[in-house]
Design a protein around this ligand. Structure first.
Ligand SMILES: Cc1ncc(COP(=O)(O)O)c(C=O)c1O
Length: 374
C-alpha cells in the first residue's frame, strides 16, 4: 500500500470550498499585502495561543530573526539553543550578528536539556531559544527559572508546535516571545510562506509590527529602520480557515501517534517517542528511534512507504557552522538522534490501514534483519 510521508491534497480536498470562498474575498477586496485578512487572523491566532498579540510575518525564519532583533540582540551577544533543530533557529541568531551557543538535548523528549543550560551561560548570553521539536514543548518551567535568574530573554521556537501544551499552557505563551512557521507542511500550514510572532508585551508587539512594515506606524513616516516582512493577504485568509480545523487535526495526529505507539510496542529494536508528563504533544513529526535507520527507510521506500529524517546532520556539524569550532562528540544525544531517528508518515488524514501497513513493513524488516544477523 502506498503511504506518503505527508498528503497536503487530502487536507485541501476536505476544506476546498471554504478556501475558495476565503481566497475570493481577498481578491474582491484586493487586500494582498497585510490588510484586514491578516489582521483578522492575527486576532484569532493570538487568542488560540492565549496571548495578547500576534504579528503576522513572511516566515518562521523571519519571525525568529525579528523577535531577536527587536529584543536588542546583536553583535557580541550569545544566544543558547539546541543543535538538533532546523537550521533556521541558528540562522536567525547569526542574522542578528550574535553567536549561537548549543546545549545538548534530553534523550526522552529530544528537547533542550535544562540541566546543561547553566554550564554555557556567560556574561555575553542574552537569550535562550528552546525549540519545541516535533510538536512537544521543552521543559519550560526549568528553562524560565534559569532564564529569569540570569536575566535572559526566552524566545520559544514553536515553529513545529501549533497548539502544543506545557502543563496546560499553549506553545508560544510562556516565553517573552513565541515564533511560529506556517510553512505548508506544518500542523497549521499556509498555502505559501508565512509565520507569526506572539507575545504579551505590548511595547514589543508595537515595535515588531513597525519592524515588519519598514519601521512605520503611519505610511511614509519611518521612526525606525525596519524591513518588509509582512504576511500576505491570501495567507491570512487561508490560515483563518485552517485555524478553525486545527484542534481536530491535532487530535487526529494524537490518535495516529497512539496507534503507532500501540502497534510498535511489540516490535523489537525500535523506540517510540515519549510524551512527557507535562506535555500535550501535537506530533508534527512522529520520530521513532532505531539503529538500522537508513536500511529501514530504504526497505519501506521499496514498498512505497515514505519516511523522512529530521534532521540527518545536527547544526554544530553542518558545514555552515564549522567556524563555531564544535566537533563530533560535542553533543552526543543530538548526534545519536541524527543517526537513529526516522520520521514515519504522519498527517491528520492518515488512516488506520496506512499505519498498520507501515508497522507491518517495519516488523517485516526487523524480523528479516534479525534472521540475517544470526
Ligand atoms: C524548528 C523550526 N524553526 C524554524 C523554522 C523556520 O520556519 P520557515 O520555514 O517558515 O521559515 C522551521 C521550519 O521548518 C522549524 O521547523
Amino acid at each position: 500500500m502506498k503511504v506518503p510521508f505527508l498528503d497536503l491534497k487530502a487536507q485541501y480536498n476536505s476544506i476546498r470550498d471554504e478556501i475558495a470562498t476565503a481566497l475570493q474575498q481577498v481578491l474582491d477586496n484586493t487586500a494582498f499585502a497585510g490588510g484586514p485578512f491578516v489582521k483578522k487572523f492575527e486576532e484569532e491566532f493570538a487568542s488560540f495561543c492565549t496571548c495578547e498579540f500576534a504579528i503576522g510575518v513572511g516566515s518562521g525564519t523571519t519571525a525568529l530573526w525579528m523577535a531577536l532583533s527587536s529584543l536588542g540582540i546583536g553583535q557580541g551577544d550569545e544566544v543558547i539553543t539546541t543543535p538538533n533543530t532546523f537550521i533556521a533557529t541558528a540562522e536567525a541568531i547569526s542574522f542578528c550578528s550574535a553567536k549561537p551557543v548549543f546545549v545538548d538535548i534530553d534523550e526522552c523528549t529530544y528537547n533542550m536539556n535544562p540541566d546543561l543550560l547553566e554550564s554555557v551561560i556567560t556574561p555575553k548570553t542574552k537569550a535562550i531559544i528552546p525549540v519545541h521539536l516535533y510538536g512537544q514543548m521543552a521543559d519550560m518551567d526549568s528553562i524560565m527559572q534559569i532564564a529569569r535568574a540570569h536575566q535572559l530573554f526566552v524566545i520559544e521556537d514553536a515553529c513545529q508546535a501549533h497548539g502544543a501544551e506545557y502543563k496546560g499552557r499553549r506553545a508560544g505563551s510562556i516565553g517573552d516571545v513565541g515564533c511560529f512557521s506556517f510553512y505548508p507542511g506544518k500542523n497549521l500550514g499556509a498555502y505559501g510562506e508565512a509565520g507569526a510572532i506572539v507575545t504579551n508585551n505590548a511595547e514589543l508587539a508595537e515595535k515588531m509590527r513597525m519592524f515588519r512594515d519598514h519601521g512605520q506606524a503611519r505610511k511614509y513616516y519611518h521612526s525606525m529602520i525596519g524591513w518588509n516582512a509582512r504576511m500576505d493577504g491570501f495567507q491570512g485568509a487561508v490560515l483563518s480557515v485552517k485555524l478553525k480545523h486545527l484542534p481536530s487535526w491535532n487530535d487526529a495526529r494524537r490518535k495516529n501517534a497512539q496507534l503507532y505507539d500501540e502497534l510498535l510496542a511489540n516490535v523489537d529494536s525500535v523506540i517510540t517517542p515519549t510524551e512527557a508528563d507535562y506535555a500535550k504533544h501535537v506530533y508534527h513529526i512522529y520520530a521513532m528511534c532505531t539503529k538500522n535507520r537508513d536500511s529501514v527507510i530504504s526497505a519501506l521506500a521499496e514498498k512505497d512507504i515514505f519516511c523522512g529524517i529530521h534532521y540527518p546532520v545536527p547544526i554544530h556539524l553542518q558545514e555552515a557552522y564549522k567556524f563555531l569550532g564544535y566537533r563530533t562528540g560535542s553533543f552526543p544525544v543530538a548526534e545519536k538522534c541524527a543517526d537513529e531517528l526516522v520520521s514515519l508518515p504522519m498527517f491528520p488524514e492518515l488512516g488506520r490501514e496506512h499505519i498498520e501497513a507501515v508497522v507491518e513493513e517495519i516488523n517485516r524488516f526487523v524480523v528479516t534483519h534479525t534472521v540475517v544477523n544470526e
